[in-house]
Design a protein around this ligand. Structure first.
Ligand code: ZN
Length: 330
C-alpha cells in the first residue's frame, strides 16, 4: 500500500494550506488558546518540542505523549469542524475521490479483523463513532447482517450519507449522546481521538455507552511511530487545530485505564510509514536525514516492504490500533 493509493499529495497540500489559513484566522480572531496538561496521564510536566502555526507541541515528561499543549476551546474547535473551507474540501476533494479505495484497503480490513476477533454474527449493537460515510459499518454488516448498527456522526452532511446507506444515525458528537447508555457491545472510533479537545471526556462517554464487558476499538496516530519520529516538526500528520494528540500504545493504555477501560490488544498495523517518509524525501531531499535518503535511493522495493513489515511487527508504526474492554461486572 502506498500513500498515493489513499490520498493524493496535491490534494493533501491544498488541504493543509486551507487548514493553515483557518488556523491563522482562529489565532488572529483573538480567541484564547487553552493551555492543557497531558491528555493521557494528566501530568503538567511537559517539554516543548516545536511550535506549528502558533500552537505549541510538547512531549509529556512522564508518558511521552506528544500533544498540542495550547489548543482551542471545545466550542471553537466545534465551529472549526462545522464551518470551515478546509473541512468542506476534505470531504469533497480529499475523501470522496478515494472513498472506494479506502473502503477496500482500509475499512474492509478492519471489518475482517473484528469478525475474526469475535466470530460469527453475535447479534451485537455496534456504534460507529465519527462514522463519516459509514464505510466500516457497511463492511461489517456484510459479515454480520443480524447485528444492529448506529452511526454517531456530528456532521449533518455525512450523517445523511450514513442514513442513505441504511444505518441508524445519531447526529451528534459522542460526548452528547443521551440514549443507549450501557447498551453497546462494540464501539469503534477510527482516526478520531487525535482530533479531540479532551480525550478523557470522550473515553468516559464511550465507557458509559458500553455494556460491562463491551469493547471499544480505536485507531489513532502513534507519536512514537516511524514517520512521525523521523519527520517530527516536518511531519504532515502533525497540524493544528486538527491533529492535537499523539498517544503511544502505552500512554493510550493509561488514558483508557483512568476511564474504566482495559486494553486487551494493542498493535501498530500501519502500512504507510515508509511511503510517507519516502514521499517527503522526494519532495524535500535531505528532510529525513542522510541515511533515509540513501535507503530511498538504493534499497529495492522488496527491501522497503521488509522495512515496513519490521516497523509494523515491532509496534513502531505511526498507525496504531487498540482494543479495550469496559471493566465491571463480568
Ligand atoms: Zn503523560
Amino acid at each position: 500500500l502506498k500513500e498515493q493509493d489513499i490520498r493524493s499529495h496535491e490534494a493533501m497540500d491544498r488541504y493543509l494550506a486551507l487548514v493553515r489559513e483557518d488556523c491563522r484566522r482562529l489565532v488572529a480572531s483573538g480567541r484564547a488558546l487553552e493551555r492543557c496538561a497531558c491528555p493521557a496521564c494528566e501530568s503538567s510536566a511537559s517539554t516543548l518540542q516545536f511550535t506549528k502555526d502558533g500552537f505549541e507541541y510538547a512531549t509529556c515528561d512522564r508518558c511521552d505523549t506528544l500533544f498540542a499543549r495550547t489548543r482551542p476551546a471545545f466550542d471553537d474547535l466545534r465551529t472549526f469542524y462545522a464551518d470551515s473551507t478546509a473541512t468542506r474540501f476534505w470531504i469533497d476533494e480529499f475523501f470522496r475521490p478515494f472513498a472506494e479505495t479506502r473502503r477496500e484497503k482500509i475499512f474492509r480490513v478492519r471489518a475482517e479483523y473484528v469478525a475474526q476477533c469475535f466470530g460469527l454474527d453475535p447479534r451485537w449493537l455496534v456504534g460507529d463513532i465519527g462514522a463519516g460515510w459509514g464505510l466500516f459499518s457497511q463492511e461489517l454488516r456484510a459479515r454480520w447482517p443480524a447485528s444492529r448498527y448506529v452511526a454517531i456522526e456530528p456532521s449533518p452532511e455525512q450523517a445523511e450519507l450514513c442514513r442513505q446507506a441504511g444505518l441508524e444515525v445519531i447526529c451528534a458528537p459522542l460526548e452528547e449522546v443521551g440514549i443507549h447508555r450501557g447498551d453497546f457491545d462494540l464501539l469503534v472510533a477510527f482516526e478520531l481521538i487525535e482530533h479531540l479537545h479532551d480525550p478523557a471526556v470522550f473515553m468516559r462517554a464511550a465507557a458509559r455507552l458500553l455494556k460491562p464487558g463491551g469493547r471499544l476499538l480505536l485507531t489513532s496516530l502513534n507519536g512514537q511511530g516511524f514517520d512521525i519520529q523521523i519527520l517530527w516538526e516536518r511531519s504532515r500528520n502533525i497540524y493544528p487545530p486538527c491533529h492535537l494528540n499523539f498517544f503511544n500504545p502505552d500512554s493510550l493504555g493509561l488514558l483508557l485505564g483512568r476511564c474504566g477501560l482495559a486494553v486487551e490488544e494493542a498493535s501498530t498495523p500501519g502500512r504507510l510509514d515508509w511511503s510517507i517518509v519516502e514521499g517527503m524525501i522526494e519532495r524535500e531531499p535531505g528532510s529525513a536525514g542522510r541515511f533515509w535518503d540513501l535507503v530511498a535511493r538504493r534499497t529495492s522495493e522488496s527491501g522497503k516492504a521488509e522495512l515496513q513489515d519490521w516497523i509494523r511487527r515491532h509496534h513502531l508504526s505511526s498507525h496504531m490500533q487498540v482494543l479495550a474492554r469496559r471493566d465491571g461486572v463480568r
